[in-house]
Write a protein that binds this ligand. Structure first.
Ligand SMILES: Cc1ncc(COP(=O)(O)O)c(C=O)c1O
Length: 432
């Protein structure tokens, strides 16, 4: 048994899904291109699940990390002052727009959301939480507890009591097709109803992804969460924006996804793109919320010197190269190119997203029934043509495009060509 896939299956959990009938091992990468163990090179439009925000082999990041390694220090613990951690916290607090904010660093998005939920439930002395249907917030008990997607809900055990709200997924919403203002009004009415009928009133918080990631890059109308926040504020309910996928300018129009909704949340959580592959996540929150815990709490590795030095270099790069602007410009072209493809192929039920976070929902000829097998086939077709894309959604029928934010127009056109050909092949029934 010396094939890596067999060794993987023998020793790693069954529930750790691999892409492709014949999975890929990536052994080398540069820019937006990765090379597998067979020497085949691909344009990467999923970027380690939105984590390689700048792409691969970025000298500014490698140099910053190397300089830290040269000090001989990989880790000291938060028992001692860590200059790069303080400086990164100062920067994120400032960028957050949350007045008088404080930051706590973790190693992942799950831990970031667990922390935010602990803060909210302690601050409000309530275990009641509102989450969105079709959400994903992580893999530990509180975060699975607020995950509204059966495919990612591995356990019903939960420290929080959660009520789910409509609105995050317009394409499959009961309010589908309404003009934006009416859609928002219907979702606000649902939120009021959920509060009246499924909670004891003293709810701790709402947690939401501005664009649902695992849920298939579902994109509600701008302003939805601002309208929700007005209701929440009336009840003293805190609002947490999960920016694990939407942060750092990826949505193009804004630095944080939630800014499209005209609301400054009480807390934001982040991870993925911040470290460009280094393990870092965290929470940025209003000071009195962050400081509300009455016991010690520590993350041994959270905000360690290597991760925070790297993350600072990532943020500098994002701003110095205006990657948000690049995501905005290229995202507009990506959406319009995909809408042209969609016009040619009824298998495409919906094209949505913002910036370099774009989803393509595949459907049966009735325009509604999810087509997960077609999505799996498109994934194989794109791979064969040298393009890696992601997949997700409640029904596993959504292609997810999220290239590094350093993408060039030439690379974008190349990807559009491959996607067009791949979707054409699958919709014509070839490539089965
Ligand atoms: C929106 C969102 N929140 C939280 C998480 C969990 O992050 P992690 O896998 O780093 O624990 C994810 C991961 O995909 C995510 O997409």
């Amino acid at each position: 048994m010396d094939r890596l896939i067999d060794r993987h299956r023998a020793v790693l959990p069954n529930w750790l899904a691999l892409y492709y009938a014949d999975p890929i091992e990536i052994v080398h990468a540069n820019g937006r291109r990765v090379t597998d163990a067979n020497g085949k090179t691909y344009l990467d439009f999923f970027a380690g699940i939105l984590t390689n925000a700048l792409g691969y082999d970025v000298p500014e990041i490698s140099d910053a990390v190397r300089k830290q390694l040269d000090t001989g220090i990989l880790h000291t613990s938060t028992l001692y002052l860590i200059r790069s951690q303080v400086e990164l916290a100062e920067e994120i607090a400032r960028l957050s727009g949350i007045p008088d904010a404080k930051v706590f660093f973790t190693n992942s998005g799950t831990e970031a959301n667990e922390t935010a939920l602990m803060l909210a439930t302690q601050y409000r002395r309530s275990n009641q939480v509102l989450a969105m249907r079709n959400s994903y917030h992580g893999r530990a008990f509180a975060t699975v507890g607020v995950t509204g997607n059966r495919g990612w809900a591995a356990s019903a055990l939960s420290p929080v009591r959660v009520s789910y709200v409509h609105g995050g997924y317009p394409f499959r919403s009961p309010f589908r097709g309404l003009p934006d203002a009416d859609y928002i009004a219907a979702c606000v009415a649902d939120l009021e109803d959920v509060l009246q009928t499924t909670t004891a009133g003293d709810v701790a918080c709402m947690i939401a992804e501005p664009i649902q990631g695992v849920g298939g890059f579902t994109t509600p109308p701008d302003g939805l969460y601002g309208a929700f926040a007005e209701v929440l504020a009336r009840h003293g309910i805190l609002f947490i924006s999960d920016e694990v996928q939407t942060g750092w300018g990826r949505t193009g129009t804004h630095f944080w996804g939630i800014q499209a909704h005209g609301v400054v949340p009480d807390m934001m959580t982040f991870a993925k793109g911040l470290g460009n592959g280094l393990a870092i996540g965290g929470v940025v929150a209003r000071r009195e919320i962050m400081d509300c815990l009455t016991a010690n709490s520590i993350s041994t590795f959270g905000g360690n010197p290597v991760a925070t030095v790297g993350a600072r270099a990532v943020l500098d790069f994002v701003r110095e190269h205006d990657l948000q602007g690049n995501a905005d410009r290229l995202g507009t072209r990506l959406l319009s190119g995909l809408r042209d493809i969609s016009d040619r192929h009824p298998i495409v039920g919906d094209v949505r997203g913002k910036g370099l976070m774009v989803g393509i929902e595949l459907v049966e000829p009735d325009g509604r029934t999810p087509a997960p097998a077609a999505a799996a086939r498109v994934l194989e077709e794109t791979r064969a043509r040298g393009l890696l894309v992601g997949k997700g959604g409640l029904h596993n029928n959504v292609l997810r495009l999220a290239p590094p934010m350093t993408l060039t127009s030439e690379e974008l056109e190349e990807a559009l060509g491959i996607l067009g050909d791949s979707i054409a092949t699958v919709s014509s029934g070839e490539g089965n």
